[in-house]
Design a protein around this ligand. Sequence first.
Ligand SMILES: Cc1cc2nc3c(=O)[nH]c(=O)nc-3n(C[C@H](O)[C@H](O)[C@H](O)COP(=O)(O)O)c2cc1C
Length: 230
Amino acid sequence: MDLLSALRTTAAIREFDDRAVDVDVVHELLETARFAPSGGNRQAWRVIVVNNEDQRALLGDAYRKGWYEYLAQGAAGLVPWAPVTNREAEREAISNAAAFREMAEQGSGGMAEHLEAAPVLLLLVADLRFLATVDRDLDRYTLVGGGSIYPFAWSVLLAARAFGLGGVLTTMVVNQEEALKQAFHLEDHHCIAGLMVLGYPMHQPTKLRRAPVSSFATFDTLDGEPVTPH
Ligand SMILES: Cc1cc2nc3c(=O)[nH]c(=O)nc-3n(C[C@H](O)[C@H](O)[C@H](O)COP(=O)(O)O)c2cc1C
């Protein structure tokens, strides 16, 4: 598959067949993703391949806590955990998370409910000593640090595609970072950037829903003329 096609058709995969993923394949994905860019080429990503059952169970619990809160916020019409939002409405929505858990427990469940059984779980950690966060001291939410970690995650997913695997970067466990630190031996200068879930896909959707260029790109100012093809 050529590069442009891969970029346009690599979807989030959350359902996997029963095939185990060989550790050599996981190594190959990381071996490719290590060429991802990062601020100052500091490569602050760390990856924990989580095989241990107790640790997987911890991640499953942490994920589900975040997931039901996420669903509750979405159902209330909120963008979950948006840095700019109505905090009161958010608290109110999150207080209904238990209802979403109960609903999920009545069905057969999705990725969240079966997270511990995923073929591959990669806990993605950032070493804060190596992140050049130029917006660190601005009086607003900081964004730049993640830019040195998430391209790596995307490279893992693109490499996975090349190997016939699929997966998704998830962030639901990040909320539970404090509770998870000890189990994974993280120190105070570490933070959890996400949890990558990988395996051989049940289905490989390739038609992605994305907004057109003209809806997010403009000339000269943010409210300038939309960028369209000539
Ligand atoms: C930073 C980030 C966090 C995400 N967190 C989650 C998550 O916690 N759980 C999940 O199922 N998907 C998560 N996703 C996947 C997105 O939901 C997915 O990329 C998006 O809906 C587009 O899906 P598609 O490529 O299949 O169209 C995350 C993606 C990104 C980039």
